[in-house]
Design a protein around this ligand. Structure first.
Ligand code: ZN
Ligand code: ZN
Ligand code: ZN
Length: 371
């Protein structure tokens, strides 16, 4: 941990304490997962034994930890943050212990990823407390990335760009999507990711299914191939980028469609700046595809926020009137899906800045034709 990382975590915890008070909650309960990592830097393994950060509206922030996990917890930034560790022995009831840290609580929020068995056990242990999801409180913090987090997303973007730089070399007629996918997965790890999150190699008609992953389909001359890949870096931040490949020059109608998509994606990226609504970014991409007669084939939202999770707030979708602010990070990934024939998508992660945007992905956007 560098000093700036610790200061960043301290400010997140401080703002969370303020948000808990402002929202009328008595406390926030956070089990292992992205919210715990965001607040404390502690990447705890989710186990059946309860680990739970307790953020009260006032008073000390504490974390309930099984005795055998205390060493792991203390090896995390928790030790530098002044979070008090409250350990429990194997035969103790950790839920009663957690409840005792928020005596008489009327309203508590539990993190969105908490296991149902833990939510229910906490309900029993804190019978006076009405539970709600912590998402509305924590999303407001997590969707506005700090400079430290933006740096992390830029590094994740560089890593996945380095993989896309190799993809043309993996694509050959006669290979299966699965074989290509295995090479890509290796490259994702070699580029510095700690984990492969997804590898989509959607060739020919498979490209028409946006979340097709891998199959035993053999690549054929004339196929267009959607390659959408992402992983998690050692610091927890995620990458996600899509580029389009083609085995030989595609038919002119497919090429024209691709060029319209490329323009739509570039226009939507260029529209990113503070004060612009999420839905208006979606409209920029959608309206451009409509002028090319392709609106009906763009069957998903334009993008999703990204950070410690691949999909998080803010969502770039019609109906989301939220205004962009500096630090918001999200994908811009319009697509065109022709059932039974082919599909296309181009995706970059973009961060809203004080006066515009920076892109985490910087590979060329043109169709990569593999001969
Ligand atoms: Zn997706
Ligand atoms: Zn995405
Ligand atoms: Zn993607």
């Amino acid at each position: 941990m560098t000093t700036s990382d610790t200061a960043d975590l301290q400010s997140r915890l401080q703002r969370t304490v303020e948000a808990v008070g402002a929202s009328g909650l008595d406390g926030l309960l956070v089990s292992p997962g992205p919210d715990l990592r965001y607040l404390t830097g502690y990447d705890a393994i989710p186990l059946e034994r309860l680990t739970c950060l307790v953020v009260p509206a006032s008073g000390p922030v504490r974390i309930v930890v099984p005795a055998l996990e205390v060493a792991a917890a203390m090896a995390s930034p928790i030790a530098d943050l002044g979070v008090e560790v409250v350990s429990w022995q194997e035969t103790q009831d950790p839920y009663v212990l957690t409840g005792s840290l928020l005596p008489g609580a009327q309203r508590v929020a539990v993190d969105d990823h908490m296991w149902a068995v833990k939510v229910l056990a906490l309900r029993d242990a804190m019978p006076t407390a009405l539970q709600s999801p912590a998402g509305p409180v924590l999303q407001e913090l997590r969707m506005r990335k700090s400079a430290v987090e933006v740096d992390s997303l830029l590094r994740a973007g560089e890593a996945i760009d380095a993989v896309h730089a190799q993809v043309a070399g993996f694509l050959r007629t006669g290979r299966t999507e699965r074989e290509v996918g295995a090479d890509i997965a290796d490259a994702i790890l070699a580029a510095g990711h700690e984990r492969v999150d997804f590898v989509i190699v959607a060739s020919g008609p498979n490209g028409a299914s946006p979340h097709h992953e891998l199959s035993d389909r053999i690549l054929q001359a004339g196929d267009t191939v959607v390659v959408d890949i992402g992983g998690t870096m050692p610091d927890g931040y995620c990458s996600d980028s899509t580029r389009m490949y083609s085995l030989g020059e595609p038919p002119s109608a497919v090429r024209a469609e691709f060029e319209a998509l490329r323009e739509a994606q570039a226009l939507a990226v260029a529209a990113v700046r503070p004060g612009v609504s999420c839905e208006s970014i979606d409209a920029v991409a959608r309206d451009h595809l409509a002028t090319a007669g392709l609106a009906e084939f763009f069957i998903h939202r334009t993008g999703h926020g990204i950070g410690l999770e691949t999909h998080e707030e803010p969502y770039i979708i019609e109906g989301n009137s939220r205004l962009l602010e500096p630090g918001m990070a999200f994908s811009i990934e319009p697509g065109v899906y022709r059932a039974g024939s082919h599909g296309a998508r181009i995706e970059d992660i973009v961060v809203c800045t004080e006066d515009g945007f920076v892109t985490c992905n910087n590979r060329p956007h043109g169709l990569v034709v593999v001969e």
